[in-house]
Design a protein around this ligand. Structure first.
Ligand SMILES: [Zn+2]
Length: 379
């Protein structure tokens, strides 16, 4: 079978988002929040299993966001980790005008206060199928350090060494807790080519540095381990908006496969020139990345669009992709998580609760369409 895998997140139910707000305002306890998170994880896993998906996630219902879970309990900054202030760099400014801001490091040492495995351990008892876990790339955490200058007593080189150690630990602990697959979110990859005057770091041509940093972590894992370690790329997916879709994909795809990961979860369904992207992937995907063949899981579902793709559409996309990407290295995925940030009312969907219903229909189409393509392609 052609493998198929979700990126990770699902919209948080309205009730959970309201509990986050109440917790930030001091009107709900951490136990109240944890209870809603648990309920949302259980519902996410049960409904994702019902789609037929061979591997499931808990929808990241306990995470403040895909990027900030190691350092803060809520997006508003309740429970911020040591040596951080709320007013850091913009991670991204999205096309609809909203932005997401990272915390700012004020000193060292940098340590995660929460690892992805802390969430996974709580969710695994709800699952009867194998689970995956998404983690954040060290290249995203690199943006916590001020872009200019050095922090007193905590040089950038020491910080880089610390984020690599923490990111390695995050991946190892997720496997140790029971994850079958671990994918590393690398949405900042495409943003490195954005050159947005409002967002200085996107003018620094950081792609090479980011790839090197991520490889410092990946290279600590054996080929057997890296078979199950993936990289996710997308042009963003928050409040049904994107941050870097206009950046030519070639800028990223011509270099991304230099990362020594075993597989890549690649946004593609929302691309205008899909065949051009399939070809780019086929041209650059490696059969030997320091001991592992790389798989390209192409996006066949657009989580930002409420229209549900049909299974036939999914199958057709994969059959076309197989003209450019070897079918023994091909997989399918969603373009992104369905809600990487915990607070997201999914405006194009009308409500996060409706967006959850839509997400499970879309995942069902992905699974069924991938089965059809497997039959057609003889995989
Ligand atoms: Zn994404």
């Amino acid at each position: 079978m052609i493998p198929t895998e979700p990126v990770g997140s699902l919209p948080r139910p309205m009730k959970l988002q309201e509990t986050y707000a109440a917790y930030d305002a001091g009107n709900a306890s951490f136990d109240d929040l944890a209870r809603e998170q648990d309920a949302a994880c259980k519902d996410s896993i049960e409904r994702m299993e019902a789609t037929g998906s061979p591997i499931v996630s808990d929808g990241e219902q306990r995470a403040s966001s895909f990027a900030t879970y190691p350092v803060t309990d809520t997006l508003a900054g309740t429970g911020l980790a040591d040596h951080l202030a709320g007013d850091g760099q913009y991670f991204a400014i999205f096309d609809d005008g909203h932005h997401r801001q990272l915390p700012r490091l004020t000193g060292g040492p940098f340590r995660y206060k929460t690892f992805a495995s802390d969430y996974l351990e709580k969710s695994l008892p709800y699952a009867t199928k194998p689970m995956k876990q998404a983690v954040i790339a060290p290249s995203m955490l690199w943006l916590l350090y001020p872009l200019e200058g050095e922090l007193d007593g905590y040089p950038r080189t020491q910080f880089e060494s610390d984020i690599c150690d923490e990111a390695e630990k995050d991946i190892r602990q997720a496997f140790a807790a029971g994850a079958k697959r671990v994918s590393v979110d690398f949405t900042e990859g495409r943003l490195t080519g954005k050159k947005d005057p409002r967002n200085p770091w996107t003018n620094r041509d950081l792609l090479g540095e980011f790839i090197d940093l991520n490889n410092r972590v990946l290279d600590r894992f054996s080929p057997e381990e890296r078979v199950n370690i993936g990289i996710h790329t997308c042009p963003g997916g928050d409040c049904d908006s994107v941050h870097s879709a206009e950046v030519p994909y070639e800028h990223l795809l011509s270099r991304m496969f230099d990362i020594n990961a075993g597989y890549f979860l690649i946004q593609l369904a929302s691309e205008k020139d899909k065949e051009g992207v399939y070809k780019l992937i086929g041209d650059h995907l490696r059969t030997d990345a320091n001991g592992v063949p790389q798989f390209a899981f192409v996006g066949v579902i657009n989580p930002l669009d409420p229209r549900v793709e049909s299974a036939d559409e999914v199958a057709d996309a994969l059959k076309t992709a197989a003209n450019y990407i070897p079918k023994e290295q091909l997989g399918s995925t969603d373009d992104c998580g369905f809600s990487p940030f915990s607070i997201d009312v999914k405006p194009k969907h009308g409500s996060p609760d409706h967006a959850r219903d839509v997400a499970f229909q879309k995942i069902t189409s992905r699974v069924q369409g991938t089965e059809k393509a497997s039959e057609a392609l003889g995989v």
